[in-house]
Design a protein around this ligand. Structure first.
Ligand code: S3P
Length: 166
């Protein structure tokens, strides 16, 4: 089994992925963590080589992880930009959906690994990017879960029920 979590920055993909993988006894991978392990900090990659270069690394890492089985994969919020075709082929892609206010509150003090939110009006940028990407998240996913005002455990349980994987 292979479960992939997609959604905007700050919706909780990493924390939920960790809990979900434990509950289902699956391995856990996070595309951002894999990128940082192999290529250094996301902040530095963006600063030294730019977003396009980061997207290349992200695509490369995703393609190597999804070859594996029995795992939960948390993805970076922009993974859908380049990889919607690959994601559409998978059977258990979960869109974690949250509103701008909630996302803003989750990440306003945590922009270090999110260079796209540097030197700008964070809330406005979240709104613009979320609008741009929303259809992509919907089109690659098999189920959508509302992530605001719920605990990580509650969301994990909802994913399990909706996917029917226990
Ligand atoms: C990005 C999201 C980040 C990280 C990078 C780019 C994006 O991951 O991959 O800063 O374009 O939405 P999170 O979704 O874990 O914040």
């Amino acid at each position: 089994m292979r479960i992939v979590l997609v959604g905007f920055m700050g919706v909780g993909k990493t924390s939920i992925g960790k809990v979900l993988s434990k509950r289902l006894n699956l391995d856990f991978f996070d595309t951002d963590i894999e990128i940082e392990k192999e290529y250094g900090s996301i902040e530095n990659i963006f600063e030294s080589f730019g977003e396009d270069y980061f997207r290349n690394l992200e695509t490369k890492v995703l393609n190597s992880i999804i070859k594996k089985d029995n795992l939960v994969i948390s993805t970076g919020g922009g993974v859908v930009i380049r990889n919607s075709d690959v994601l559409k082929e998978l059977e258990k892609v979960v869109f974690l959906d949250s509103n701008v206010e909630n996302i803003y509150n989750n990440i306003k003090n945590d922009t270090k690994k999110r260079p796209l939110l540097k030197d700008c009006d964070i809330k406005e940028k979240i709104e613009t990017l979320l609008n741009k990407r929303y259809n992509l998240y919907e089109s690659v996913s098999n189920i959508k879960i509302k992530a605001e005002n719920k605990t990580v455990d509650e969301i994990s349980e909802e994913i399990i029920l909706k996917l029917g994987v226990i």
